[in-house]
Each structure stands twice: as structure tokens, then as C-alpha cells.
Design a protein around this ligand. Structure first.
Ligand SMILES: *Cc1c(COP(=O)(O)O)cnc(C)c1O
Length: 484
């Protein structure tokens, strides 16, 4: 939508293409953005643009103020069509081209893309298209805006099918999915649950919500996931479950984790919040333990704004999760509460978004893969930049493309690189701080691999709509920073 101020600006800088240089200067002055738009006097369509630099050069070369502005030498105007995406338009920007007129089908200027406001590359932007709009509109027009409605069941069915699970239960977030899964597994006060320390805070917080205690374990070097070799040393008589997080979309070593779990009679919960569609030895994650949890937060690979999903093959567990999600209410008797439950339901509006997103998940994952391959290719020879590694049995579903920075070889540390990227409008993020070091946990443990990842890891922009030229620009900025 073009705002009123932009419309006014376009009007104030538009002049007839038969106007004089003086008229163009007046228009440039009125707009304050250094250029004027020429409009064809006969057909009222875009006929080019003139910058204050073009005029200065023309005057220096001897043109007079009353000379026709259309006659002065100037480069061809860079324009864009209104159906181009923001990132396609952003790829047209350069040092010399900071303002791009956007034309409609009739070649009239309807908007202006201005570099300062458009060129920022966010960490992971959702791609909400026409289909999402259509489905959400359908949900609204049908009146089903709360947590009943056909999109909920459609979304759950689609997601279960995608993961190869028998059941899928939609929730209000990834965090509430984790809490529900643990609660349904009867995890409670005085229990212990083993979690990787290198994860987002929710993994541990969900354990605490049940009254149990998270026990933090270090990562393995290659995939950054929980190191199965370190799990057994943390098992006590109070241990009830292990949460395997597939961090940044790389699957954890599930065979080893399952083996330890069955030997010690523990449940396995997958936190697949960052790993939609990742493959462990050819199998989709989420369905590799007792129960799997996903997040659909705005920057996750599949989004519903806020939202989550639990998948399982266990009918009793699925039933219990559904009951706990809905205030612990009996499925057969209204307002009859058989458990201390929660309101962790997803709305039909969110599910409408989710169905549209699941219908294009293959293209979302393909885009993430394209970005990831391009980053790795461009950064592979930069001293001090370590690329994300994958085990040969894994297919990563890159949520965020995350590198680590070796200060000595790179010449600057992670934070310096992050700040520099930010100064170039590139939204890089630090890797998660290890949870055992967070103020609310602060266990005093020394978990060396995770702590190093936390201090050196840097996630680069990984939006599905990132262009190859955006990735190239980011890599050039990194290389330039290393070299200077
Ligand atoms: C995003 C995330 C969550 C939480 O999901 P929300 O939907 O934001 O509640 C949990 N675990 C991990 C590893 C995550 O990245």
C-alpha cells in the first residue's frame, strides 16, 4: 500500500517532460530526495528521471536554466514493476542507485523504493503470500476465528502426514508444545530431564514448568547437538526423559540417544522447533522418539505467526495431550475436568496460515538449501570462518545458516563481525548463549564445546526470499571486513 506522504512526494517531484532545467531544479528542491520524475506530456506516463547530479553536470557543460530538461545527458533510469518483491527491488540498488520508481502496468509511477528503508536484510523473514491471505480470509469470512474450525484439522492432518506420524496436535507455540509433551509423559516435581545446554531457553524452561529439573549436557563438535557419549554420566534415579534438540536444523544422533533411553527406561522428546523437514538416516525428524515438538514462530522455517505442533504415534499420549491442551476437559463430558490442563490451543486463523505454508514447504526448504549452498561456496576459503558441518547420515533443514568465527585467523572476533554486519544493514545474530550460563540457571558447570559455540557462533540472514545477490553482498562484506 502506498501511503499518502509518498503519493504527495511523487506529485511534488513529477514534472512535464517538456519542462525547463529550472522547473526540474524547483521540483528536486521541493521533494528533497535529489531527483525529479519526468512525465510524458502527451500520454501521462513515466518518461525518465533526472537527478541533481545530472543537472549540475549539464549546467557545467554550458546548458542554460531555460534549456529543456529532457535534452540533458543522463543514464537510463532504473525502474521496477509493482509486482516485483521487496528483495527483487532491493537487488537493483547500488551505490549510484538509491531511489527506484515503481511503475504500474500503465507505466505510471505509483511508489518509490528508497534504499535506506528497503535494503535491510533481516535474520529470517516469513514469506506470506497470496494463498495465506486467501485461507485466512476464508477462515474470517466463515466466522471460525477461534480454536475450532476446519483449518485446524487440515493443518494437523497435513503435518502428521508430512512427518509420517499417526497423530499431530496443534498448540499455541513451540514452548507450549514442549510443556504439553512433558506433562503428558507424566514428568513432574523431583524428576530430572536431560537437555542439551546449547539450545534456545524454551527447551529447559518447559522442563521447569512441570516442576522437574533440567540437567544440562554438552554438545558434540560436528553438529552442535547433544553429545550422546556424555548423557549416561548425567543419569540418576530421578531421570525420566531426554530432550533431543535438532539445533539449527541438523538432526541429533537419535540411534545412540534412543539406545541410552531404552537401556535406562527413559522417554525421548524431540525438540524439532528448528528442523521442519530435516532427515535422520532418511526419516523425517519429529517421529524418531516418543513425541516430537515443532515451532511455527514468525522466523521459523514454517510459520503461523505464533504456534506449535506435537507429533506422536502413541494413541494414549495423543489423547492425553488433546485433553491437557483444552483445560483438562473430558472428551465426552462438557465442562468436566479430569486433569489440571491448560489453554494451549492454536486458532483456526493460525492454522489457515499453517496450511498455506505446508502446501509450499518443499519450496521453502529448497530456498533455504539454495541459500545455504551459496553461503558455503562463497565463504569456504575465508580464513577463520568455519562453515556448518553435516554428518553424512543427515539432511539438514537449514533454519539459520550459522558459522563460527575463529578470532585468530579471521583477525576480528564474532561480536566485531556482527556489529560490522549490522552497520551494513545486515541482521546477523549471535548463537544461543549456553543455557547453563543463563542467569535463571547458572549451574556453575563448565561445558566447553557449547560455551565455545555460544561465544563464536554467528547466524547470517537466512530468509527464504533472500536473493543470491543478497547472499553475495553479505559474503563480500564479511571478506572485506577480514581483509581490512
Ligand atoms: C523457537 C524454539 C522453541 C520455542 O518455540 P516458540 O514457538 O517460540 O515457543 C523451542 N525450542 C527451540 C530449539 C527453538 O528454536
Amino acid at each position: 500500500m502506498v501511503d499518502a506522504a509518498t503519493k504527495k512526494l511523487i506529485k511534488s517531484i513529477s514534472i512535464d517532460d517538456t519542462s525547463s532545467i529550472k522547473a526540474a531544479m524547483t521540483a528536486i528542491d521541493a521533494g528533497g530526495i535529489g531527483l525529479a520524475l519526468l512525465v510524458n506530456s502527451e500520454h501521462q506516463i513515466f518518461a525518465g528521471l533526472v537527478t541533481d547530479g545530472d543537472i549540475r553536470r549539464a549546467l557545467l557543460a554550458g546548458s542554460g536554466l531555460s534549456s529543456p530538461v529532457a535534452s540533458i545527458p543522463r543514464p537510463n533510469a532504473t525502474v521496477s514493476q509493482s509486482e516485483m518483491s521487496t528483495s527483487e527491488i532491493a537487488s537493483l540498488f547500488s551505490k549510484a542507485i538509491r531511489i527506484i520508481p515503481i511503475l504500474n502496468k500503465n507505466n505510471q509511477v505509483v511508489d518509490l523504493a528508497i534504499m535506506e528503508s528497503r535494503v535491510r536484510l533481516p535474520i529470517a523473514e516469513p514469506v506470506i503470500g497470496e494463498k495465506e491471505l486467501r485461507y485466512v480470509t476464508e477462515a474470517i469470512l466463515g466466522g471460525w476465528v477461534s480454536s475450532a474450525g476446519s483449518f485446524i484439522t487440515r493443518f494437523e492432518k497435513l503435518f502428521a502426514g508430512y512427518c509420517g506420524s499417526t497423530y499431530a496436535i496443534a498448540t499455541s507455540s513451540g514452548t507450549t508444545a514442549l510443556h504439553l509433551a512433558l506433562a503428558a509423559l507424566n514428568i513432574t516435581t523431583n524428576d530430572e530431564v536431560i537437555v542439551p545446554t546449547f539450545s534456545f531457553i524454551s527447551t529447559a524452561n518447559a522442563v521447569c514448568y512441570t516442576g522437574a529439573r533440567p540437567i544440562f549436557v554438552d554438545s558434540e563438535e560436528e553438529s552442535w547437538n547433544i553429545d550422546p557419549e556424555l548423557i549416561e554420566a548425567s543419569i540418576t534415579p530421578a531421570t525420566k526423559a531426554i530432550i533431543a534438540v535438532h539445533i539449527y536444523g541438523h538432526p541429533a544422533k537419535m540411534d545412540a540417544i534412543r539406545k541410552i533411553a531404552s537401556k535406562n527406561n527413559l522417554k525421548v522428546v524431540e525438540d524439532a522447533a528448528e528442523a521442519h523437514g530435516a532427515l535422520y538416516k532418511g526419516h523425517r525428524v519429529g517421529n524418531l522418539g516418543d513425541v516430537g515438538c515443532f515451532s511455527f514462530y514468525g522466523n521459523k522455517t514454517v510459520t503461523t505467526g505464533e504456534g506449535g505442533m506435537i507429533v506422536t504415534d502413541n494413541p494414549d499420549l495423543a489423547e492425553k495431550i488433546r485433553i491437557l491442551r483444552d483445560h483438562g476437559m473430558s472428551p465426552t463430558k462438557k465442562y468436566w475436568h479430569i486433569a489440571l490442563g491448560y489453554n494451549y490451543r492454536m486458532t483456526n486463523l493460525q492454522a489457515a496460515l499453517g496450511v498455506a505454508q505446508m502446501e509450499k514447504i518443499d519450496s521453502l526448504l529448497a530456498a533455504k538449501e539454495r541459500i545455504s549452498v551459496r553461503y558455503s561456496e562463497a565463504l569456504k576459503n575465508v580464513p577463520g570462518i568455519n562453515l556448518p558441518q553435516s554428518h553424512d547420515w543427515a539432511v539438514r533443514s537449514t533454519w539459520l545458516y550459522t558459522i563460527t568465527v575463529n578470532t585468530k585467523s579471521f583477525g576480528k572476533n564474532r561480536d566485531q563481525l556482527m556489529e560490522f554486519l549490522k552497520s551494513q544493514e545486515i541482521d546477523a545474530r549471535p548463537a544461543f548463549p549456553s543455557i547453563h550460563k543463563q542467569p535463571i540457571y547458572n549451574t556453575g558447570q563448565k561445558l566447553a564445546v557449547a560455551e565455545k559455540l555460544s561465544n563464536t557462533g554467528l547466524s547470517l540472514p537466512s530468509s527464504v526470499n533472500l536473493l543470491d545477490t543478497d547472499v553475495d553482498r553479505i559474503c563480500t562484506v564479511i571478506k572485506t571486513f577480514h581483509e581490512n
